[in-house]
Ligand binder design. Structure first.
Ligand code: NAD
Length: 249
């Protein structure tokens, strides 16, 4: 990959400074610097060591609920030790800069909330929550048991993590709010996402149809890169704080 200056071009800063409506989509990459592994990167991504079909689908849970529950317990423990990084905190500051600011995340790690972002749209759920696999109700307490997974205290069906698995629909309300923000924003920032997982991958394209400027922050190229007004190929935790400080000047 060609080396690239970390400086954002002045015209990009100018567009941002004159924008009222900004939408941001984050993916696993924004949490990489917090020590949370991404999915799709060779070597370090979770899917280089695990098969998604065996761990993150309704079929996998049906066939081997214990394996799936234990894998999520391992990820939940890993995430519970993670702290927000400067990229998460820069987005908290951005929220105070723009009149209309919508933060949409595909992450299930809750780090935007922990950093202090308000009203984040979480498209894929929250790994720290548990729900009934039958009634879909969030369950916070259940009687102590050796059974893995434990059972719902109301209906007796299996409990599962409150995340969206491959092949499942996203919750309708957050998805609609995300598309609404994307199709009406003037600037769309795509940060740390491979732009491969639908329907979130379509959000920047909804913004493009509204002639929004697209800014991408990702060390790797993605299908969005050729269409972006500007792509920064540096880690989000380094460039986002710089972008925010430029915005304030
Ligand atoms: P992905 O693994 O497909 O892609 C991650 C992207 O982040 C890659 O393009 C990579 O180049 C980029 N990246 C890596 N380090 C970065 C950094 N420091 N700064 C900026 N970018 C960086 O992840 P995705 O696009 O979010 O895929 C979506 C799916 O991944 C969702 O289902 C989401 O729920 C799930 N996921 C979430 C978490 C989490 O909650 N932290 C972790 C892994 C996967």
């Amino acid at each position: 990959m060609a080396t690239q200056s970390r400086e954002f071009p002045p015209e990009i800063i100018k567009i941002l400074k004159s924008s009222q409506r900004v939408a941001v989509l984050t993916g696993a990459g924004i949490s990489a610097e917090s020590g949370v592994p991404t999915f799709r990167e060779a070597q370090t991504g979770l899917w280089s060591s695990f098969d998604p079909a065996e761990l993150a689908t309704p079929q996998a849970f049906h066939q081997n609920p214990k394996l799936v529950w234990e894998w999520y317990t391992w990820r939940r423990e890993l995430i519970s030790r993670a702290q927000p990084n400067p990229g998460h905190y820069a987005l908290v500051e951005m929220e105070t800069i723009f009149p209309e600011f919508t933060l949409i995340t595909q992450n299930v790690d809750g780090l935007h909330r922990l950093a202090g972002s308000q009203a984040t749209i979480e498209l894929h759920g929250d790994i720290s929550r548990t729900r009934c696999s039958f009634e879909n109700q969030i369950i916070s307490d259940w009687p102590e048991t050796d059974e893995i997974p434990p059972h719902c205290p109301h209906c007796g069906e299996l409990l599962r993590p409150d995340v969206v698995w491959f092949g499942e629909s996203l919750p309708a309300e957050p998805l609609e709010a995300a598309f609404q923000a994307a199709s009406s924003c003037q600037v769309f920032l795509s940060i740390g996402t491979s732009t491969l997982v639908e329907p979130a991958a379509s959000l920047p394209f909804a913004a493009l149809r509204n002639e929004a400027a697209i800014i991408e922050i990702n060390p790797q190229e993605t299908p969005l890169t050729p269409l972006a007004s500007y792509s920064s190929h540096h880690p989000a935790g380094e460039v986002l704080p710089e972008l925010v400080s430029k915005m304030k000047r």
